[in-house]
Design a protein around this ligand. Structure first.
Ligand code: TXA
Ligand code: MG
Length: 334
């Protein structure tokens, strides 16, 4: 058990002394949680295998699940990529800083523990000033998975990190809620054609139209011994409360609602569709829904409900990332 410190940080003009304190913790091998635009990350110096081991221990994360490496800019990304081709360059120019992780062959400077022994590394430049100034100050890339216990709901606020990891992380930089709210799109550039391993805020069609090629989906083949991208695991990001999903709101009146229940839906609901006592989050706009989805799950999960019911979002590309996370957080309910 270590003592977790929380520092409030101005997201526009980050205090230099807070940044310096965080950089010092990282340089001596400690763990610092910081906001990215997607979710809070649990950071350690990526080139320090011992420090990275601390991430796996704090999260209770299986060692075969590789970590994303956060860099300050595309120049720094190139230093850790054994191959950086025209596609990588084009994507970095178009979408960085931003919620896109590029999987490329790694250099030996990235220890095996970061990549779960694999030959590739996931690189991204996070958008927030706080994150990029921190990486610059440390002078080394930061390995950072989402700052939650393994298989729990991802954190979009510092209080979510504290609730899950108090005593397991040295420092939390609290710069307010994450602005995007769902994890980055993971694009495998080591395969041809490139493949989206995890759908995210940047859609497959945006990537395809920039690259001028079709983009595949999912890992190349299901290998039972290593997980090509364990974010693909069926149940992941799940609340502790029993959580079920239904494909359409028309099924809601058929459910046998327990006394204490919660609901998440992505379209307005006609009056009387569910009992009044049901706590609810209605999020009809895809951008707002992405930002608020994990907060809604954290909020409902903390109430000790008997069940959380979610209605699947509309079958449109704008909802792909959210539908993916929803399916991992819930089991079919009807
Ligand atoms: O938005 C995000 O990506 C956040 C913030 C903190 O940057 N990070 C995040 O990390 O979601 P994590 O560890 O929760 O998820 C990383 C995902 C996993 O699905 C992992 O399997 C995949 O990226 N991944 C990382 N490196 C990979 C690699 N070399 N090959 C294939 N998949 C990789
Ligand atoms: Mg995660």
């Amino acid at each position: 058990m270590i003592r977790t410190r929380v520092l409030l940080v101005d997201r526009d003009e980050p205090e230099t002394d807070h940044r310096d304190e965080a950089a010092a913790v990282l340089r001596r091998g400690g763990l610092v949680a910081f906001a990215t635009e997607t979710v809070y990350g649990l950071g350690a110096v990526a080139t320090d295998a011992q420090a990275v081991r601390g991430i796996f221990a704090a999260k209770g994360r299986p060692s075969r699940n590789p970590l994303i490496v956060h860099v300050a800019n595309a120049d720094q990304a190139r230093e850790y990529a054994a191959r950086w081709d025209g596609r990588a360059e084009m994507l970095a120019r178009a979408f960085w800083p931003g919620p896109l992780t590029l999987i490329v062959p790694r250099t030996p400077a990235i220890p095996e523990i970061v990549t779960a022994g694999g030959p590739t590394v996931g690189l991204r430049v996070p958008a927030p000033t706080v994150a990029r100034r921190l990486i610059e100050r440390v002078g080394l890339p930061l390995a950072a998975p989402s700052a939650n216990r393994s298989n729990r709901v991802s954190p979009t606020r510092a209080e979510h990190v504290l609730a899950d990891l108090d005593g397991r992380v040295d420092l939390i930089l609290d710069s307010g809620p994450a602005s995007v709210g769902l994890e980055s799109t993971v694009l495998d550039l080591a395969s041809d054609p490139p493949r989206v391993l995890r759908p995210g805020p940047i859609t497959a069609s945006e990537l395809a139209s920039l690259l001028g090629v079709e983009v595949g989906h999912g890992p190349v083949e299901a290998d039972p011994t290593t997980l090509a991208s364990p974010g693909m695991l069926a149940v992941h990001y799940a609340p502790r409360t029993r959580a079920v999903r239904v494909p359409s709101r028309v099924l809601l009146p058929e459910l046998d609602w327990p006394e204490r229940a919660g609901l998440i839906a992505f379209e307005p609901l006609p009056l009387g569709l569910v009992p009044d006592r049901v706590a609810r989050f209605i999020l009809p706009d895809p951008t707002v829904a992405a930002r608020e989805f994990y907060r809604a799950l954290h909020d409902l999960d903390a109430r000790g409900l008997d069940v959380i019911v979610a209605v699947e979002p509309p079958a449109e590309p704008a909802w792909d990332a959210l539908r993916d996370r929803l399916r991992r957080a819930t089991t079919p309910g009807v």
